[in-house]
Design a protein. Structure first.
Length: 359
């Protein structure tokens, strides 16, 4: 294998909770599937890097098997050293190209590709979706994240400007320094048109990114956003259908003003069309979509009976004012009062149990 940009500049591995089999199985159960138990499943991560996402899962789910593949040998080597040090026998990282996946992989209940689809050229991008279609077990679920339109037109604008500025500059350190300089210049110009304002705010945010993220995400030579409907059409060519967005609340209409939600609620009963219009009104830039095989019969009506057998967990702080219903404050500062005493009491029990779950 030839060295890749991920061998030259390390990409920091993280654990992404929305890719955890427990979370994905919950979504699948809510929509009428019978997913494999997270405690006894097989998980494949494509573009797994140094295993920052898979290794914690393997630690927490000793009865499941985790396989990560990545084109870059350097992060795979680093991750393998961690696996050896922890003496984990249920997780392996392998150097492999998604274009030529090893024939002995077998089937998987969950396939994850976080931060890969938009950042690889068309052939491997297609091979990634094809691998999900080929390797998923009958009630298996694939998670693929990608940059989405219409919001990513802003990324395209930024990327065009930076590509022009960095033409012919190969050295990673120099690319980073020059990009930071130009972005700071645009911010300092403080031009007073609406479009300049949007770009300025974008560059202000991007300037906060640490070097490895800036290098691989924002200065990447390949960065291909797609509309949700294009992504779903791509998945359909490989025998896959849209299941849900990995964060359920990203698909909820009740966070929109009531009249907007009511109008979107009158759209045809087609999950993809509804999701697409939500992207238009929130100008979404990024998606984390769950797919399943197209022969699975889904039922997206949220039915309370499907909650039976699930566990409940919530990272929430409880704020109390004498004589008032408690306020629950989640991560990121989102707060709410359920408005019903029994519901409030149930959420108090769940919040108090965190980080454990209530069954
Ligand atoms: C932006 S990084 C994301 C890494 C990790 N999934 C994360 O989110 O932290 C993209 C990863 O895809 C890997 N990759 C790129 N092309 C690939 C290919 N053809 N086959 C397998 N992995 C590939 C890169 O080496 C890199 O580790």
């Amino acid at each position: 294998m030839t060295a890749t940009s991920y061998d030259a500049v390390s990409y920091p591995g993280y654990a992404y909770e929305q890719t955890h089999p427990d979370r994905i199985a919950t979504q699948a159960t809510l929509f009428g599937m019978s997913p494999a138990s997270p405690a006894a499943c097989r998980v494949l991560e494509i573009g797994a890097g140094d295993g920052g996402n898979l290794i914690p899962m393997a630690l927490g789910l000793p009865g499941s098997e985790f396989v990560g593949i990545d084109l870059a040998a350097e992060p795979v080597g680093r991750g393998t050293a961690v696996i050896d040090e922890l003496a984990l026998s249920n997780v392996t990282l392998r150097v492999a190209d998604v274009l030529e996946l090893p024939a002995d992989l077998g089937q998987f209940h969950y396939v994850i590709a976080h931060g890969v689809y938009s950042w690889i050229p068309p052939r491997p991008r297609d091979a990634l979706v094809a691998a999900c279609g080929r390797l998923l077990a009958p009630h298996g679920v694939a998670y693929i994240s990608y940059n989405a339109y219409p919001g990513s037109y802003l990324r395209d604008m930024a990327s065009d400007i930076l590509s022009f500025h960095l033409k012919g500059v190969g050295d990673p350190g120099e690319r980073l320094a020059r990009a930071r300089h130009l972005m700071a210049l645009v911010v300092a110009a403080n031009a007073r048109t609406p479009y300049a304002g949007v770009l300025r705010e974008h560059f202000e945010r991007v300037l906060q990114h640490p070097d490895p993220l800036l290098y691989h995400d924002d200065l990447a030579e390949v960065n291909t956003p797609v509309y949700l409907h294009e992504f779903v059409a791509h998945a359909a060519r490989h025998g896959l259908q849209f299941l849900a967005e990995a964060r359920l609340h990203d698909s909820q209409l009740h966070e929109l003003p009531a009249d907007v939600a009511s109008e979107l609620g009158r759209l045809p009963d087609d999950a993809v069309v509804r999701e697409q219009y939500i992207d238009f009104v929130v100008n979404r830039m990024f998606r984390q979509t769950l797919l399943c095989r197209d022969d699975v019969a889904l039922d997206r009506t949220l039915d309370a009976r499907r909650l039976a057998g699930l566990s409940f967990a919530a990272a929430m702080r409880i704020e109390r004012t004498v004589g008032e219903e408690p306020t629950f404050v989640g991560r990121g500062g989102v707060s709410f009062q359920p408005g019903r005493r029994r519901l409030s009491a149930a959420i108090e029990v769940i919040a108090a149990a965190w980080p454990n779950a209530v069954t």
